[in-house]
Ligand binder design. Structure first.
Ligand SMILES: Cc1cc2nc3c(=O)[nH]c(=O)nc-3n(C[C@H](O)[C@H](O)[C@H](O)COP(=O)(O)O)c2cc1C
Length: 330
């Protein structure tokens, strides 16, 4: 399992190929929508090529492939941090202007080892945590540190109750729209995994606090019943109670900006982890085009919202699975 890769196992004396392969262990620990892990990597000399895996696209929830590219961006972020940590400098080139699977090439060369990278050490600790968050205010200093991870994007951190409750209504409405759609439910139903599953991808029941026996029926329930009302109520409450709702937005809304959103968002998540803060997603209003517009109006922003999430304090939970490196290195 990738979460158990040990830093001390870095193959210092082995070939460049072995070293670069080791770095990919960190890339795959990134978050991805529905834990689809829609990425592939190829090692060519001193380069790591990063591709999207279109076979893992979620056609119903993500027809534009926006979240697909964001997920790949998250993986690139981890890869760059790992490269620096293990003593590589790099040149990063994006290929998102072109059709096809190639997203970026990272050319690596020996450089000074950065042993004090504060975010690298958080890659193994980061997780999406969907538990209830404590009703505890988050210190201003911590919020500044989260903001400092974001340069050419916009990060709104909403604390006022009125805006939070307006957002909560949009989340509730989005769930109702999405989950009352049979095709959406069918797609969603193919990603839950029961708690004993040995699958290397998908969403384990325990990540949603679903007891093991119940987790056996997760896919069946989602496919068969319209759970929109209960899900809408649950998330509306969570959004209302969240100490902070974060929204990451970009000025452009295309492939390159989606990848860059992923790169930056992963840094925000790693910084949150370092600050002992948890994050869970509320992307539904951004996934429904008319509600995305409403969200922009509500926030009074000209940028395009890309990711929405709550931030707060809660206990850590169990880590979700990843596919083996052999499955993602081509
Ligand atoms: C672009 C993107 C969109 C996501 N959307 C949601 C979401 O709407 N709801 C949710 O519960 N989790 C969402 N997630 C979190 C993933 O489900 C999670 O990253 C994945 O299951 C792996 O778990 P981990 O983050 O704990 O490693 C999203 C993640 C990414 C990168």
């Amino acid at each position: 399992m990738n979460w158990y890769v040990k830093e001390k196992d870095f193959p210092e004396k082995d070939s460049m190929e072995d070293k670069l392969k080791f770095l990919i262990n960190y890339a795959v620990l990134a978050p991805s929508s529905h834990n689809t892990q829609p990425w592939k990597f190829s090692i060519k000399g001193n380069n790591i090529e990063i591709y999207v895996d279109f076979t893992r696209q979620l056609h119903e929830v993500d027809p534009e492939k926006r979240e697909l590219y964001i997920s790949v961006g998250c993986a690139i972020s981890n890869l760059l941090l790992a490269a620096e940590h293990f003593g590589f400098g790099y040149k990063l080139k994006y290929f998102t202007g072109e059709e096809g699977e190639l997203v970026a090439i990272i050319e690596l060369y020996p450089d000074k080892r950065e042993t004090d990278l504060e975010l690298f050490s958080q890659i193994f600790l980061r997780q999406t945590n969907r538990g209830e968050y404590e009703p505890k205010e988050i210190e201003g200093e911590k919020l500044q540190k989260l903001k400092a991870c974001v340069d050419d994007l916009r990060l709104d951190l909403i604390t006022d109750q009125k805006t939070k409750s307006e957002i909560a209504k949009l989340i509730s409405l989005a769930h109702k729209i999405q989950l009352s759609n049979k095709a959406f439910r069918k797609e969603l139903a193919s990603w839950p995994r029961h708690n004993w599953s040995k699958a290397g991808d998908g969403m384990a029941g325990y990540a949603f606090s679903i007891p093991s026996i119940m987790s056996l029926f997760g896919s069946f329930f989602i496919r068969t019943f319209d759970i929109s009302k209960s899900q809408a109520k649950k998330d509306e409450e969570l959004a209302n109670k969240a100490p902070i709702i974060g929204i990451l937005s970009s000025t452009e809304d295309g492939k390159l900006s989606w990848v860059k959103v992923g790169v930056t968002f992963e840094k925000v998540m790693l910084m949150a982890t370092k600050l002992n803060l948890s994050i869970a997603f509320f992307n539904q209003p951004i996934e429904v085009p008319e509600l995305r517009k409403e969200l922009r109006t509500l926030l009074g922003i000209a940028e395009f919202p890309q990711l929405m999430f709550r931030i707060g304090y809660t206990k850590p939970t169990k880590y979700t699975p990843r596919r083996r490196l052999e499955e993602v290195i081509v």
